[in-house]
Design a binder for this molecule. Structure first.
Ligand SMILES: [Mg+2]
Length: 227
């Protein structure tokens, strides 16, 4: 009698669990398919945006929390499956395809969680360097390290971050720095590349001005010597 009732309930429970598991599986498959479609669409649009600029940065540096993904790492568990802002992956792929190097500058105190999430998302091989550690400076030491590891000059870098204090400190180093209010997206990519072009053209003009001033001076010095 006992085994009969047990035997009657158990198959129904097993069916229920199996049904739930299948539901979760298909829902997850559908979510991944839709995300893949979005990523491809965003990548195509990002390639078009990038193609519209004559001058590109050599290296684009991204913050993590609330720039590439919508959360603070320290509030999450390593066991979770993270997700990015909807435009983030397409933008990373497009920059990479155009030969622009990518790096991370994050002040997250939980670098183990951040690194594990980057691995789970399959992003780790995309970055030439990942500087993830807490610091009292507003990422100026992160950028010194990025520069010494990559040898890319600061004025050839573009940086995206959601904290104004980091934007201000890093832009003083000569890096074009763009504040993102709601995660990196096609709008901020476009704004960043436009600002980078303006900064680059201004620095080239200054360089030309300085060179012609210097060469005029040295010519007049030479003529003086000749006289
Ligand atoms: Mg952040």
């Amino acid at each position: 009698m006992r085994s009969e009732s047990f035997g009657g309930i158990r198959p129904r429970m097993v069916d229920l669990f199996a049904h739930r598991a299948m539901e979760v599986f298909w829902r997850e498959r559908e979510r991944e398919r839709k995300m893949g479609e979005t990523t491809e669409k965003v990548k195509g649009e990002a390639l078009q945006i990038i193609g519209g600029f004559e001058v590109l940065p050599k290296l684009v540096v991204f913050d993590l929390d609330y720039t590439l993904w919508p959360f603070y790492c320290e509030c999450r568990s390593k066991r979770e499956i993270p997700s990015l802002y909807p435009h983030a992956k397409g933008i990373l792929l497009a920059l990479k395809e155009k030969g622009v190097d990518l790096a991370i500058a994050s002040r997250s105190p939980t670098s183990d969680i951040a690194t594990s999430f980057l691995n789970k998302l399959g992003l780790t091989p995309m970055f030439v360097t990942q500087e993830i550690y807490s610091s009292w400076t507003h990422k100026t030491d992160h950028f010194q390290r990025i520069h010494s590891r990559t040898t890319v000059p600061f004025n050839s870098m573009l940086f995206f971050d959601d904290e104004n204090r980091n934007i201000q400190a890093v832009s003083k180093m000569g890096v074009t720095s763009i504040f993102v209010g709601n995660g990196v997206n096609l709008g901020s990519l476009s704004e960043g590349l436009a600002q980078f072009s303006r900064n680059w053209n201004a620095s080239q003009k200054n360089k030309q001005k300085w060179l012609s001033k210097y060469s005029n001076k040295s010519e007049s010095n030479t003529s003086n010597h000749a006289a």
